[in-house]
Design a protein around this ligand. Structure first.
Ligand SMILES: [Zn+2]
Length: 99
């Protein structure tokens, strides 16, 4: 998987990227700018993954079967949203990156 640097538009191989922080800030090896996924998108992605986890747990804990299909569907939607954001989410330059 490759990331596009928002600073110089270079395609960067994930192996060459330095990472840090909660929202996984990344550094472009070419122009040394720090960037990360748009925070709104990062939040929605986290929400989607949580949805999958919660609904899976509810299904495992033996919830009434009439709900299990609903939970599975919700979980599937959550992971699809998370995947879409992972692949199509835009990176943004991190301003005033401290530490
Ligand atoms: Zn760059």
């Amino acid at each position: 998987m490759k990331d596009t640097c928002p600073g110089c538009q270079a395609k960067i191989n994930a192996k060459n990227i330095k990472k840090k922080g909660l929202y996984v800030e990344k550094q472009c090896p070419l122009c040394l700018v720090w960037f990360s996924l748009n925070t709104t998108l990062a939040f929605i992605k986290m929400l989607g993954i949580s949805l999958l986890l919660v609904t899976s747990l509810l299904n495992l804990s033996g919830t009434k079967s009439e709900y299990s299909l609903l939970f599975s569907s919700l979980g599937a939607v959550g992971i699809i949203v998370a995947l879409l954001i992972t692949f199509f989410g835009k990176n943004e330059i991190v301003k005033n990156s401290k530490k």
